[in-house]
Design a protein around this ligand. Sequence first.
Ligand code: KMH
Ligand code: ZN
Length: 283
Amino acid sequence: MIKLPEDKVIITVAQTGALVSKSMNPNLPEQPVEIADSAYACYQEGAAICHIHARDKEGKTTGSKEVFQQIHDEIRARCNIIIQDSTGGGPNLTFEQRIECLYAKPEMASLNMGTLMRVSGQYAGTPFSNTREDIETYVTRMRELGIKPEMEVYSHAMLREVKNLIQKGLVEKPYYINLVLGMAYQGAVEATPKYLNSLIDFLPEDTIFNVTAVGAAQLPLTTMGMILGGCIRVGMEDNIYYRKGELAKSNAQLVARSVRIARELNKEPATPEEARKILGLGD
Ligand code: KMH
Ligand code: ZN
């Protein structure tokens, strides 16, 4: 594992996701201009990377290259934050729809490292499917297009899939692994300090890690992530609350809190340019 420089943290904001709606938090950015305005506010607060999900005009998750392109263009008109598209898409999208965002040429894209089962809601009993073949197809397309994969790992078993990509030479150093804790899916680990420490123990060499934790665990586990030398992800995709019973006013509010905590720990948020160098983007 590679620790970030002691005085730095790379902050990703995951603003929208696929499972949250304005009825759950009216401040959720869904449309391209809303997403870009919010990304700019997050950039101003200290976010270096913006993880992106797209919605159609009705607010439903879409894989449309055109919508992703529109979001990229709106963001680029405002700032140079690193753009990381989601190939996770949403429960309504097929493999072909999920991969489409890559053609909008983000600098990074998510790569989910195994299959999980949905256990609640409308899609309970269906898989969030990421077979080895799917993963290899996504990553091959990313390589062709010069996109760095953000490998999302939800359990120890998924690290075997990371190893598979390393052994086949399909990912480049430094490897970037997002440890996602507390997804309410079958096959995902709980968001606890023990699980976080244990996942870190099993990381391959030459890996920069990021900590994502769902719900109320977002604040304590991302704080731990910074202390342990990792990057962190905050935002409404994973957590719609600022604190118990109080909805987040904006994604920027969540980023601003992380930056305050980072500074108390003598860390500065990396700028997008600094983050590009650390992550080896554009090499
Ligand atoms: N909602 C996250 C916990 C993706 O976009 O590829 C999972 C996620 C998947 O971020
Ligand atoms: Zn996502």
